[in-house]
Design a binder for this molecule. Sequence first.
Ligand code: ZN
Length: 219
Amino acid sequence: MWIRDIGKGFALILLVTLLQGCSGGGWTERERTVIFRSDSVMFVTTWHEDSVQLRTPSVDVAPEEFQSEELKTLMAKMLRTVTDPSQDGVGIAAPQVGINRRIIWVQRLDKEDEPFECYVNIRIDSLFGDTRRGPEGCLSVPGYQGMVTRNNNVVISYSDLESGNKVKEQIEGYTAVIFQHECDHLEGILYVDRADTVYVNQPWMEELRQYDYTRPGWW
Ligand code: ZN
Protein backbone atom coordinates (compact mmCIF):
# COMPACT_ATOMS: atom_id res chain seq x y z
CA MET A 1 0.00 0.00 0.00
CA TRP A 2 2.75 2.39 1.04
CA ILE A 3 4.80 1.57 -2.05
CA ARG A 4 1.73 2.00 -4.25
CA ASP A 5 1.03 5.47 -2.80
CA ILE A 6 4.58 6.53 -3.51
CA GLY A 7 4.14 5.21 -7.03
CA LYS A 8 0.97 7.29 -7.42
CA GLY A 9 2.80 10.33 -6.12
CA PHE A 10 5.57 9.93 -8.65
CA ALA A 11 3.03 9.38 -11.42
CA LEU A 12 1.28 12.61 -10.44
CA ILE A 13 4.54 14.59 -10.37
CA LEU A 14 5.47 13.12 -13.76
CA LEU A 15 2.05 14.01 -15.19
CA VAL A 16 2.23 17.60 -13.88
CA THR A 17 5.76 17.99 -15.26
CA LEU A 18 4.69 16.66 -18.66
CA LEU A 19 1.64 18.93 -18.78
CA GLN A 20 3.79 21.93 -17.88
CA GLY A 21 6.24 20.98 -20.57
CA CYS A 22 3.54 20.81 -23.24
CA SER A 23 1.16 23.62 -22.51
CA GLY A 24 3.22 25.90 -20.29
CA GLY A 25 1.97 25.85 -16.73
CA GLY A 26 2.82 28.16 -13.84
CA TRP A 27 6.29 29.52 -13.32
CA THR A 28 8.93 27.16 -12.00
CA GLU A 29 11.12 28.07 -9.04
CA ARG A 30 14.10 28.36 -11.36
CA GLU A 31 12.19 30.78 -13.62
CA ARG A 32 11.14 32.90 -10.62
CA THR A 33 14.73 33.04 -9.44
CA VAL A 34 15.97 34.19 -12.87
CA ILE A 35 13.18 36.78 -13.18
CA PHE A 36 13.28 38.34 -9.71
CA ARG A 37 16.94 38.01 -8.73
CA SER A 38 18.43 39.41 -11.92
CA ASP A 39 19.35 43.05 -12.37
CA SER A 40 17.11 45.27 -14.47
CA VAL A 41 19.41 44.44 -17.40
CA MET A 42 19.42 40.67 -17.56
CA PHE A 43 22.31 38.34 -18.31
CA VAL A 44 22.20 37.42 -22.00
CA THR A 45 22.88 33.78 -22.78
CA THR A 46 25.47 33.07 -25.45
CA TRP A 47 25.75 30.15 -27.84
CA HIS A 48 29.07 28.89 -26.46
CA GLU A 49 28.23 29.00 -22.78
CA ASP A 50 24.46 28.47 -22.62
CA SER A 51 23.72 26.32 -25.63
CA VAL A 52 21.25 24.07 -23.75
CA GLN A 53 19.09 27.07 -22.86
CA LEU A 54 19.25 28.46 -26.39
CA ARG A 55 18.59 25.07 -28.01
CA THR A 56 15.56 24.12 -25.90
CA PRO A 57 12.16 24.80 -27.53
CA SER A 58 10.04 27.24 -25.51
CA VAL A 59 6.54 26.66 -24.11
CA ASP A 60 3.51 28.95 -23.82
CA VAL A 61 2.68 31.18 -20.87
CA ALA A 62 -0.60 29.90 -19.37
CA PRO A 63 -3.56 32.36 -19.69
CA GLU A 64 -3.93 32.55 -15.89
CA GLU A 65 -0.39 33.96 -15.78
CA PHE A 66 -1.03 36.82 -18.25
CA GLN A 67 -1.43 39.37 -15.43
CA SER A 68 1.15 37.79 -13.13
CA GLU A 69 3.94 39.76 -11.49
CA GLU A 70 6.38 37.25 -13.02
CA LEU A 71 5.33 38.03 -16.60
CA LYS A 72 5.19 41.81 -16.04
CA THR A 73 8.65 41.81 -14.43
CA LEU A 74 10.14 39.56 -17.11
CA MET A 75 8.71 41.69 -19.94
CA ALA A 76 10.02 44.92 -18.35
CA LYS A 77 13.50 43.47 -17.78
CA MET A 78 13.71 42.01 -21.30
CA LEU A 79 12.89 45.45 -22.72
CA ARG A 80 15.57 47.12 -20.57
CA THR A 81 18.03 44.45 -21.71
CA VAL A 82 17.44 44.77 -25.46
CA THR A 83 17.44 48.60 -25.34
CA ASP A 84 20.47 48.86 -23.07
CA PRO A 85 23.36 50.61 -24.87
CA SER A 86 25.54 47.54 -24.20
CA GLN A 87 23.17 45.42 -26.32
CA ASP A 88 21.40 47.85 -28.63
CA GLY A 89 19.34 45.16 -30.38
CA VAL A 90 16.19 45.28 -32.51
CA GLY A 91 14.68 42.19 -30.86
CA ILE A 92 15.08 39.71 -28.04
CA ALA A 93 13.55 36.34 -27.16
CA ALA A 94 13.01 34.94 -23.65
CA PRO A 95 15.50 32.03 -24.04
CA GLN A 96 18.19 34.68 -24.45
CA VAL A 97 17.63 35.74 -20.83
CA GLY A 98 17.38 32.15 -19.61
CA ILE A 99 13.59 31.62 -19.77
CA ASN A 100 12.18 29.04 -22.21
CA ARG A 101 8.80 30.73 -22.77
CA ARG A 102 7.25 32.01 -25.99
CA ILE A 103 7.88 35.73 -25.33
CA ILE A 104 9.67 38.14 -27.66
CA TRP A 105 10.22 41.88 -28.02
CA VAL A 106 10.51 43.31 -31.53
CA GLN A 107 11.33 46.85 -32.57
CA ARG A 108 8.56 47.77 -35.01
CA LEU A 109 10.67 49.55 -37.61
CA ASP A 110 7.56 49.54 -39.82
CA LYS A 111 5.67 51.84 -37.41
CA GLU A 112 6.01 55.54 -36.71
CA ASP A 113 8.59 56.23 -33.94
CA GLU A 114 9.71 52.58 -34.22
CA PRO A 115 8.38 51.36 -30.84
CA PHE A 116 9.41 48.11 -29.16
CA GLU A 117 6.43 45.76 -28.76
CA CYS A 118 6.09 42.54 -26.77
CA TYR A 119 4.41 39.36 -28.05
CA VAL A 120 3.43 36.47 -25.79
CA ASN A 121 2.68 32.94 -27.03
CA ILE A 122 3.71 34.01 -30.50
CA ARG A 123 3.85 31.71 -33.50
CA ILE A 124 4.50 32.24 -37.18
CA ASP A 125 1.42 30.91 -38.97
CA SER A 126 2.74 31.37 -42.48
CA LEU A 127 5.67 32.70 -44.48
CA PHE A 128 5.23 34.02 -47.99
CA GLY A 129 6.31 36.60 -50.54
CA ASP A 130 9.73 37.05 -52.09
CA THR A 131 12.81 35.86 -50.29
CA ARG A 132 15.50 38.34 -49.34
CA ARG A 133 19.11 37.72 -48.35
CA GLY A 134 20.59 40.07 -45.76
CA PRO A 135 22.96 40.40 -42.80
CA GLU A 136 21.87 39.36 -39.32
CA GLY A 137 23.46 39.52 -35.91
CA CYS A 138 22.35 38.20 -32.54
CA LEU A 139 22.89 39.26 -28.93
CA SER A 140 23.59 35.58 -28.18
CA VAL A 141 26.22 35.26 -30.94
CA PRO A 142 28.41 38.26 -30.08
CA GLY A 143 31.10 39.34 -32.49
CA TYR A 144 29.64 37.72 -35.61
CA GLN A 145 27.25 38.44 -38.44
CA GLY A 146 25.86 36.20 -41.13
CA MET A 147 23.96 36.31 -44.41
CA VAL A 148 20.51 34.75 -44.09
CA THR A 149 17.72 34.27 -46.62
CA ARG A 150 14.27 35.01 -45.22
CA ASN A 151 10.75 35.55 -46.49
CA ASN A 152 9.52 39.10 -46.97
CA ASN A 153 6.10 38.46 -45.41
CA VAL A 154 4.87 36.69 -42.29
CA VAL A 155 1.53 36.11 -40.59
CA ILE A 156 1.95 35.91 -36.82
CA SER A 157 -0.49 34.99 -34.06
CA TYR A 158 -0.09 35.81 -30.38
CA SER A 159 -2.12 36.23 -27.18
CA ASP A 160 -3.70 39.54 -26.20
CA LEU A 161 -2.84 39.78 -22.49
CA GLU A 162 -5.99 41.75 -21.60
CA SER A 163 -8.67 39.69 -23.36
CA GLY A 164 -6.76 36.41 -23.63
CA ASN A 165 -7.81 36.24 -27.30
CA LYS A 166 -5.54 35.22 -30.14
CA VAL A 167 -4.53 38.09 -32.41
CA LYS A 168 -3.36 37.64 -36.01
CA GLU A 169 -1.23 40.15 -37.86
CA GLN A 170 0.55 40.33 -41.19
CA ILE A 171 3.99 41.97 -41.32
CA GLU A 172 6.35 42.66 -44.19
CA GLY A 173 9.86 43.85 -44.95
CA TYR A 174 12.78 43.98 -42.54
CA THR A 175 10.43 43.86 -39.52
CA ALA A 176 9.17 40.50 -40.81
CA VAL A 177 12.79 39.33 -40.81
CA ILE A 178 13.16 40.34 -37.13
CA PHE A 179 10.02 38.33 -36.30
CA GLN A 180 11.45 35.28 -38.09
CA HIS A 181 14.78 35.61 -36.24
CA GLU A 182 13.13 35.99 -32.81
CA CYS A 183 10.57 33.20 -33.37
CA ASP A 184 13.43 30.91 -34.41
CA HIS A 185 14.86 31.39 -30.91
CA LEU A 186 11.62 29.91 -29.50
CA GLU A 187 12.27 26.71 -31.49
CA GLY A 188 15.91 26.51 -30.37
CA ILE A 189 17.16 27.73 -33.78
CA LEU A 190 19.91 30.35 -34.18
CA TYR A 191 20.51 32.41 -37.32
CA VAL A 192 23.90 30.71 -37.75
CA ASP A 193 21.95 27.50 -38.54
CA ARG A 194 20.33 29.22 -41.51
CA ALA A 195 23.17 31.48 -42.65
CA ASP A 196 25.04 30.64 -45.85
CA THR A 197 27.99 32.74 -44.62
CA VAL A 198 29.06 33.73 -41.10
CA TYR A 199 31.80 36.30 -40.59
CA VAL A 200 33.47 38.28 -37.83
CA ASN A 201 31.74 41.57 -37.21
CA GLN A 202 34.19 44.32 -38.20
CA PRO A 203 33.35 46.89 -35.48
CA TRP A 204 33.87 44.14 -32.92
CA MET A 205 37.29 43.41 -34.43
CA GLU A 206 38.15 47.12 -34.20
CA GLU A 207 37.18 47.09 -30.54
CA LEU A 208 39.32 44.02 -29.95
CA ARG A 209 42.34 45.58 -31.66
CA GLN A 210 42.07 48.68 -29.51
CA TYR A 211 41.67 46.76 -26.30
CA ASP A 212 44.29 47.33 -23.62
CA TYR A 213 45.53 43.80 -23.00
CA THR A 214 47.72 44.95 -20.10
CA ARG A 215 44.53 45.59 -18.14
CA PRO A 216 44.07 42.78 -15.59
CA GLY A 217 41.10 40.47 -15.73
CA TRP A 218 40.58 40.44 -19.50
CA TRP A 219 40.37 36.67 -19.59
ZN1 ZN B 1 19.01 36.40 -31.83
